[in-house]
Design a binder for this molecule. Structure first.
Ligand code: PLP
Length: 390
């Protein structure tokens, strides 16, 4: 008999009752060091007092009003995002997938508005993950996501990850946009080199294609900059954000330049919940904390510390691990063993990690994780690796 909850996930037999910072506490009282953070969501850990206060203060006033009215919390958060980034304007969503959908719509509307409605081809890269809607799976093109869900939304072409020469050959003045994650998450913590991102920007500038960056997983301080593309010193035309921006409350956003958002006038897009007062009250508090340069400097320091310890772990388990990659606190262990086996061995050692493609184990702790928890995490990973080796 089908379970009451549609079985689209292979769930671990773990259920968590509460959390404290980087720790999740299971219903049997066992404590797990949470290096998944809800897949890069809980940027300030579990039950962060600042976020609890922001949420409960707002909850005592008003939970929800329609986007038919002014929403001051939404305007404040949009202002913070505009001030901190390339963007001139923001639309709020409830998730990364919805942000991807709007980004795709925005690209199409941009060219329609420019009098070129047939210019619809969006170039994406293998290993990309933009969500599970019909548009987002078409953008990814991966067999496991699209099989059985055809016919797919037309207009996407997928190139090998990071193949800038292939991109150079593929982008013409008929290309609508190039869309990518500056640091792939689900694809296996695979970064695009800074000089390659700069080349992609140049190719877009030369042909007029829009550059759409998906920073749903790598944004909001995760890499040690507020947004990962800042390392390359270039800016996109459109950017998707979600996960970390809500610190655990469902919230996403599309950020865009005024030019890229041309044509997105009243009636062209909408959402019942997107940018609701509860979500935006939390989002504002997340931004106040995470966008602070001192906070981001700490993410970098802790990322370097974690990475150095992980290099030691790789050296002591050469049969299990191949290397470390990523940036800031978005780290991946490239594995020789199956990442799913390591995740399971981690459960036995009281640590939560997340598998990814390309034989990678993802480590995405809260950005305010303490140094002692980083040391503890590496010890637990060491014991998990020993379990597999033994
Ligand atoms: N884009 C990226 C890069 C992601 O990592 C994800 C989720 O993992 C999404 C989009 C989809 O976001 P959501 O699951 O919030 O819809």
């Amino acid at each position: 008999m089908i379970p009451h909850v549609l079985p689209t996930y292979n769930r671990a037999p773990l259920s968590f009752e509460r959390g404290e910072g980087a720790w999740a506490i299971a219903s049997d009282g066992r404590r797990y060091l949470d290096l998944g953070a809800g897949i890069a969501v809980n940027v300030l850990g579990h039950a962060n007092p600042d976020l609890v206060a922001a949420l409960t203060e707002q909850a005592g006033r008003i939970w929800h009003v329609s986007n038919l009215y002014q929403i001051p919390q939404q305007e404040r958060l949009a202002g913070m995002l505009v001030d901190a980034t390339f963007a001139d304007t923001v639309f709020f969503t409830n998730s990364g997938t919805e942000a991807a959908e709007l980004a795709i719509k925005m690209v199409r509307k941009f060219w329609d508005h420019a009098g070129d409605p047939d210019r619809i081809e969006i170039i994406t890269f293998e290993g990309a993950f933009h969500g599970r809607s019909t548009g987002a799976i078409a953008a990814s093109g991966a067999e496991k996501m699209v099989k059985g869900f055809g016919p797919l939304m037309p207009g996407f072409r997928t190139l090998p990850w990071g193949d800038i020469d292939a991109l150079e050959a593929a982008v013409t003045d008929r290309t609508a946009a190039v869309m990518l994650e500056p640091l792939q998450g689900e694809g296996g913590i695979r970064p695009i080199a800074d000089e390659d991102l700069r080349r992609i920007r140049e190719i877009c500038d030369r042909t007029g294609a829009l550059l759409v960056l998906d920073e749903v997983q790598c944004g909001v301080g995760r890499t040690g900059r507020l947004f990962a593309h800042e390392y390359a010193g270039v800016t996109p035309d459109v950017m998707m954000v979600a996960k970390g921006i809500g610190g655990g409350f469902p919230l996403g956003a599309v950020l865009a330049t005024e030019a890229a958002a041309a044509g997105m006038v009243a009636g062209t897009h909408g959402s019942t919940y997107g940018g609701n007062p509860l979500a935006c009250a939390v989002g504002c508090r997340v931004m106040e904390i995470v966008a602070d340069p001192d906070f981001l400097a700490e993410v970098n320091r802790k990322g370097a510390l974690f990475r150095q310890k992980l290099e030691g772990l790789v050296a002591s388990h050469p049969d299990i691990f191949e290397g470390v990659r990523g940036q800031g606190l978005m780290l991946g262990l490239k594995c020789k063993a199956a990442p799913a086996d390591l995740v399971r061995a981690g459960y036995d050692e009281g640590i939560l990690t997340v598998p990814a493609a390309d034989s990678t184990l993802r480590l995405l702790p809260p950005l305010n994780i303490g140094d002692e928890d980083i040391a503890e995490a590496v010890q637990r990973l060491d014991r998990a690796a020993a379990r597999l080796a033994g």
